[in-house]
Design a protein around this ligand. Structure first.
Ligand SMILES: Cc1ncc(COP(=O)(O)O)c(C=O)c1O
Length: 477
């Protein structure tokens, strides 16, 4: 369609910057076309490509029931309807900004303070990212981003702004950790291609890795950006999804401990989409230590305000410290248990995953199932997973992962039973693949006149006590 439109529409309207045609979105389409339902569509596609936190809605529902005044659409709250309906100040309700600042402090263990006057609203973290890109860089200028990274960064930071992203490569040899060398290499490569680098975008905890950046990594990143006099943006949207040690450290803490760092270069992106599980409310936060950025971003926020009704309800919910305290502990515990169940299930069938302590997903290692160590083979395997295994997981390529064979598997958007079904489907894929490998082995061995029934071999390989070490087992640290 776009080809025929490009002379009558803008470049943005006729380019493919949204990224809708990537495998990441294709998987969603496959799910939409045939969604799994335990009784009505048991052979449908299970959606494991959606990083949603649905595990603690019972707590939220209970709070909503106990606090009818928080809504203007109840008998208890209706007297406020008019005031809330006409409020349109882009600073946001003071009680909302106060409550969000306090919530961000609580999530960071009360180790830092946030100034409510620096809280700028936006339509989700999506809007906050784009607003920041508009404030920090001009078209053609670039931000460094460690790979693998959240696919929609390409849409959010570049599509309408004309800003570019320059990948900072990492791989499994060190657990996908960002290094100073990799930052310097990417920075130098950008300069050599005459691209001005304006900043570094970090996502901590990481989507898709499920890992956190420790103090050392954050300090290194801050000193790198400070040395180069470029911005440091930290997307901390998953900060309250940390369930194991190592815990979450915010860039706000590192900045507070770094007297030599220039605070004008540091910005935090946040939202309530993951930590509370409210992506539908579109509550995004841009927190900048730079006054000019706060001022400009606040004016830009007119393009993506959070509705006053939502602000009011959330102000009330987040100001309930008892509820917030309980929710944070319980939500993290449930996420941790769910992740453990998924990763242990995978490990039992010989599938490894990157060790992580946060997020709504795990980073699954299927390198040994690839027919060849390249991205074509990854796509081929992904198609089998979506079309035959009937699970939508997201291939590493869609996260710009430099190493083929990794897949992100989301676990918090479904109930336990659905995850069990998903695990059993993955197990079938693994068995089939082992069978193929075993057949090859049998053929090789038959030359040496060793005969072993294939069925028996499969039984042995499937046993948790198998003396045969699966080539699929790979434990990452
Ligand atoms: C790392 C990261 N940043 C930003 C977003 C966008 O979040 P929001 O729904 O608040 O726009 C997501 C959503 O998946 C994400 O994973």
């Amino acid at each position: 369609m776009l080809g025929s439109q490009e002379h009558i529409l803008s470049k943005i309207a006729s380019n493919d910057g949204h990224g809708e045609n990537s495998a990441f979105f294709d998987g969603w389409k496959a799910y939409d076309a045939d969604p799994y339902h335990p009784t009505q569509n048991p052979n449908g596609v299970i959606q494991m490509g959606l990083a949603e936190n649905q595990l603690s809605f019972d707590l939220v529902e209970e709070w909503v029931r106990n606090n009818p005044k928080a809504s203007i659409c109840t008998a208890e709250g209706a007297s406020q309807f008019k005031d809330i309906a006409i409020f349109q100040d882009y600073h946001g309700l003071p009680e909302f900004r106060n409550a969000v600042a306090r919530f961000m402090e609580k999530v960071r263990g009360d180790r830092v303070r946030f100034d409510p006057d620096r809280i700028v609203m936006s339509g989700g973290a999506t809007g906050a990212q784009e607003t920041l890109a508009f404030c920090l860089a001009d078209p053609g200028e670039a931000l460094l981003v460690p790979t693998p990274y959240y696919p929609a960064n390409d849409r959010d930071l570049t599509w309408r702004t004309g800003v570019e992203l320059v990948p900072v490569i990492s791989d499994s040899s060190n657990g996908f950790k960002m290094t100073r060398d990799a930052l310097e290499t990417a920075y130098k490569a950008a300069l050599e291609s005459n691209t001005t680098v304006k900043g570094l975008l970090l996502n901590n905890p990481s989507n898709p890795l499920g890992t956190v950046l420790d103090r050392e990594a954050l300090s290194m990143a801050l000193s790198f950006t400070n040395d180069k006099n470029i911005h440091l943006i930290c997307d901390e949207i998953y900060s309250a999804t940390v369930f194991y040690e190592p815990g979450f450290v915010s860039i706000a803490e590192i900045l507070a401990e770094s007297p030599d760092a220039n605070p004008d270069l540091v910005h935090i992106v946040y939202s309530l989409s993951k930590d509370l599980g409210f992506p539908g409310f579109r509550v995004g936060i841009l927190y900048s230590y730079n006054d000019a950025v706060v001022s400009c971003a606040r004016k830009m926020s007119s393009f993506g305000l959070v509705s006053t009704q939502t602000q009011r309800m959330l102000a009330s919910m987040l100001a309930d410290e008892e509820f917030v305290g309980k929710f944070l502990v319980e939500s993290a515990a449930r996420l941790g248990a769910r992740r453990a169940a998924l990763c242990e299930g995978l490990a039992q069938m010989g599938v490894g995953s990157l060790k992580g302590s946060a997020g709504l997903y795990c980073w699954m290692d299927l390198r040994r199932l690839l027919k060849a160590a390249n991205f074509e083979a990854e796509m081929q395997l992904w198609r089998v997973i979506v079309n035959d295994v009937r699970i939508n997981v997201s291939p590493g390529a869609s996260f710009h992962c430099a190493e083929p064979g990794w897949f992100r598997v989301c676990f918090a958007n479904m109930d336990e039973e659905t995850m069990r079904v998903a695990l059993s489907r993955i197990s079938k894929l693994v068995v089939q693949s082992k069978s193929g490998e075993a057949r090859k082995q049998c053929r090789r061995r038959s030359k040496l006149e060793i005969s072993l029934s294939f069925r028996r071999l499969e039984e042995i390989m499937m046993s948790p006590h198998s003396p045969m070490t699966s080539p699929l087992v790979r434990t990452m640290t």
